[in-house]
Design a protein around this ligand. Structure first.
Ligand code: NAI
Ligand code: MG
Length: 358
């Protein structure tokens, strides 16, 4: 029979991104062989800060168009001490998210077996969340500018942009996720006491949509109080929806509460499936440990599992997640999660676990 072949664009980027993507491709190749039910074809893109320094651009002409011709994108990290962070972010990740219509960012957060939360008495059952971050507008919409630059009268602004359409499509997605989970509970985060236009529109759309999902229990939080609730009452939360900026900040906190940012995945989804979605660990290029071979690859393995699920390969996803969990539980872990193994050793252990399981 003719097997499905997935075309995956891989963009390792900078720093530890290069190290973890290389290992993730090894894991996916082995998984493909062991299952024998689909093929994966990787196309590597060398879009990095080095390329930017040599050519003046991260993405060459026609690059975004060529990404569209794939089933998914696997991304490492971007960021270099030699390039300002706003140049690298706007040069590489943000254009992909925007031009491919990846309007939601989904971040599952839970404590993997063998890991522990820095919170006192927080068990695996106490912390099991999915955070949905609006991924196309808000403070990251790109509107703004600077006037009288370089003088004492410099004025700079970033305009937060909120559209009814942008809010509604993100919230519908969040309600659907909440509906698919056992607890069916959705918490919406804003700051509608201080920001009285865009955030109030968020509240309004949320209240309009809620009656269409009668099975979903809802509540809303102001973002400052939300940080307290995440720390003191993690069990009271399930699915969370937030704006681009708030979701960015809260998901780093969430990842730290679950053990380490080195294990946390994120999916930049285009729910319409018109263009491919992009899967990337939430951490950055970690210049402090780049090149040492000690980066935790688990966040990117988890991303790969989410990518397989998005393409409909649920068996492959659960096999990979099982292998990751088994390796974490067995104590084969990197330093950031209280282990002594390096990137390669963790990868080998995951491959062995897959071989044993399949
Ligand atoms: P970071 O996530 O790169 O590092 C923060 C700390 O966590 C560092 O001490 C690092 O060693 C550690 N860490 C991160 N990932 C790890 C892993 N997989 N295993 C073990 N330890 C890990 O964040 P930072 O330092 O704020 O940013 C560094 C660069 O990355 C900057 O240029 C920044 O702009 C960029 N960045 C890129 C992102 C992306 O590509 N999506 C996201 C966040 C930052
Ligand atoms: Mg972030």
């Amino acid at each position: 029979s003719v097997q499905k072949t997935y075309r995956i664009a891989s963009i390792p980027g900078d720093g530890i991104g290069v190290e973890i993507i290389k290992q993730t491709i090894r894991v996916l190749k082995r998984l493909e062989e062991l299952l024998g039910t689909f093929n994966i074809e990787f196309h590597n893109y060398d879009w990095s800060s080095e390329r930017y320094q040599n050519t003046g651009e991260y993405i060459p002409t026609g690059g975004l168009e060529s990404l569209k011709n794939h089933d998914a994108i696997l991304f490492g990290a971007v960021g270099s001490v030699d390039v300002a962070d706003h140049i690298s972010l706007w040069g590489l990740i943000l254009p992909i998210r925007k031009m491919l219509g990846q309007y939601v960012n989904v971040r599952p957060i839970r404590i993997l077996p063998g890991l522990s939360s820095p919170l006192k008495d927080c068990s695996i059952e106490d912390l099991d969340w999915v955070m949905i971050r609006e991924n196309s507008e808000g403070e990251y919409a790109g509107q703004g500018g600077i006037t009288h630059e370089g003088t004492e009268y410099a004025i700079a602004n970033d305009v937060a942009v909120f559209t009814r359409q942008g809010i509604e499509r993100t919230m519908r997605f969040a309600f659907e996720i909440a509906l698919s989970r056992p607890r069916k509970h959705l918490t919406m985060v804003t700051k509608s006491n201080a920001q009285r236009h865009g955030m109030v529109l968020w509240d309004k759309v949320f209240h309009e949509l809620a009656p269409h999902y009668p099975e979903v229990k809802t509540d809303k939080m102001l973002v400052d109080a939300m940080t307290v609730r995440m720390v003191l009452k993690p069990r009271s939360l399930d699915t969370i929806v937030a704006t681009n900026l708030h979701g960015d900040i809260l998901s780093d906190l969430a990842a730290a509460l679950a053990g380490s940012i080195g294990v946390a995945p994120s999916s930049n989804l285009n729910p319409t499936r018109q263009f491919p979605s992009m899967f990337e660990p939430i951490h950055g290029s970690a210049p402090d440990i780049a090149g040492l071979g000690v980066a935790n690859p688990v966040g990117t393995f988890w991303c790969a599992a989410e990518m397989l699920a998005w393409m409909g390969e649920t068996k492959a996803r659960s096999s990979l997640m099982k292998a990751i969990e088994c390796v974490c539980a067995a104590g084969v872990r990197t330093k950031d999660i209280q282990g002594t193994s390096n990137t390669f050793e963790v990868t080998e252990a995951v491959i062995r676990a897959l071989e044993k399981e399949l």
